[in-house]
Design a protein around this ligand. Structure first.
Ligand code: GLY
Length: 372
């Protein structure tokens, strides 16, 4: 078998160069989307993506020891805390925001303020738990009984809080929600529902909605990536085999539906013929990073399929979708899709695609820490 691992030294070297350029270009912005002009926007801090750019900086700091990355990453958890104390729209995604800022900062530096901020976010997330339905409530303005597959990725902050405080309530909530993901979000064939609706009073299951996928029964690829990675992390932390099997089921569906160049379309069931449908490089990067963890959690022969697929996806992103020859472009990956049904952010660069690409390449270059 070809030793693909060796091939990831070069992408990491290029990332180091690129992220240093990005620091100059992005400055104090909180990046979310970059369109054809290659300029990242400056999104409000309570938007769910505000942790990804600082997360890139912390990983690059840990990998290289370069203090410039740490300096640029340092203030983000404080900024998020300040926003928490003002009128805001924080919701189920605080894990996405505080894990790659406060939590990783505390892990790497022991900073006590960062610890407080991470625990604050975990308490906020725990407060969104619906006991009757055993789910974490999604969003704020939408229905009280809605829960979404994206929250699978936010459970790590609850597990972390349980470890830090010794308080098992955080684990109870994280596991109860993870069980609901296994029972209600992941279908038998490994595809996933985006939104699942429950009666918020009785907890009774009502049904599923399409959300960011093409329809209620479709195969939204980023949703699958969230479930695959989230369940792999839940298994890593709890050792409960049902989460491992759930992650594998989603991974098999994902792998079976990858096109020739291994970079997923935005929804595997958007049409019978997907050739005209946009790709979503963010789904590819996130799934690849999750598959690398999945491979590590299994005996080598069993995990090989996930490692090989992850490496294939990442090599394709590196060779065919990256901005290496566009030094003024503020993002790393092109051709991501945010919300196709709403016609929002189609064929753009998304900061979470960049984040999971950096994270996965770091894993292939020996990064042992974990953020999610
Ligand atoms: N969490 C929203 C998304 O995946 O676009």
């Amino acid at each position: 078998m070809t030793n693909l691992k060796a091939d990831f030294k070069e992408p990491f070297r290029m990332l180091d160069q690129k992220v240093q350029q990005m620091m100059q270009l992005i400055g104090d912005k909180s990046p979310h989307v970059a369109g054809a002009d290659g300029k990242y926007d400056d999104m409000r801090l309570d938007w769910w993506t505000s942790g990804f750019w600082p997360g890139i900086l912390w990983i690059m700091h840990e990998m290289t020891g370069n203090e410039a990355y740490k300096t640029a990453a340092w203030r983000w958890d404080e900024l998020l805390e300040q926003k928490m104390m003002q009128p805001n729209n924080f919701h189920h995604d605080v894990g996405f925001q505080f894990m790659p800022t406060a939590v990783i900062k505390h892990k790497l530096t022991g900073d006590e303020d960062a610890l407080r901020r991470g625990l604050f976010a975990a308490n906020f997330l725990a407060g969104r738990y619906n006991i009757a339905g055993r789910f974490l409530r999604a969003w704020n303005q939408e229905k009280l009984g809605w829960s979404i597959v994206d929250s699978s990725m936010n459970l790590s902050i609850l597990f972390w809080a349980a470890e830090q405080t010794g308080d098992p309530r955080f684990t109870h909530i994280a596991k109860a929600h993870a069980d609901t993901v296994v029972e209600r979000f992941i279908r038998e064939d490994g595809s996933v529902n985006h939104i699942v609706s429950f009666d918020p009073q009785t907890g009774e299951h009502i049904g599923s909605l399409g959300g960011q996928g093409a329809g209620p029964d479709s195969g939204w690829s980023r949703g699958a990536a969230w479930a695959l990675y989230g369940m792999a992390s839940a298994y890593r932390i709890t050792n409960e085999i049902k989460y491992l099997r759930a992650a594998q089921r989603v991974a098999h569906y994902f792998i079976a539906n990858l096109p020739e160049d291994s970079v997923p379309h935005w929804d595997f069931r958007a049409a019978a013929d997907l050739s005209e449908e946009p790709r979503d490089t963010s789904a590819g990067a996130c799934a690849a990073s999750g598959m690398l963890d999945l491979a590590d959690l299994l005996p080598e022969v069993e995990g090989a399929i996930y490692r090989r697929t992850a490496e294939r996806i990442l090599l394709s992103l590196h060779r065919n979708y990256a901005t290496w020859n566009m030094p003024e472009h503020e993002a790393i990956l092109l051709h991501a899709t945010g919300h196709k049904p709403a016609d929002q952010n189609v064929d753009v660069s998304l900061i979470y695609g960049d984040y999971f690409f950096v994270e996965a390449i770091a894993k292939l270059n020996g990064w042992k820490n974990r953020i999610f």
